[in-house]
Design a binder for this molecule. Sequence first.
Ligand code: ZN
Length: 147
Amino acid sequence: MRTITKCLNVKSTRAPEFVDITELVGAAVGESEVDSGIAVVFSRHTTAAIKINENEPLLIKDMEHFLSTLAPQDSYYGHNDFTIRTVHMHEDECPNGHAHCQHLTLGNSEMIPIVDGELALGNWQRVFLVELDIPKNREVLVQVMGE
Ligand code: ZN
């Protein structure tokens, strides 16, 4: 069995935003030359998630709206209260309590079977990086294990 890890750099432009990274993940799997195994797609962030869902424009809007209602940006979050917060404060800290709470419901990774050298996704399944914070450069690890 071999393990190959590749880092994808993904740029988001707004939030929430569903960035379809299926082709990038598929290319990483192709480069790995693994025929049979699994690919783990992992976001290295606490406010950008990885999720499999359908890429249909109206549904994307629905899901963005759903996330915004789940944890609205204008609610109170202690994480955003810089008058009391002392932990993990840095120069470009932005108020993103809503993004962390939305992230809880989505998670950091998806695991996808590789069959005959390709992602064995269903007909309507696409892999998304879900940006929940502000436009940022994000790192997504694709770790391919198999033979
Ligand atoms: Zn934060």
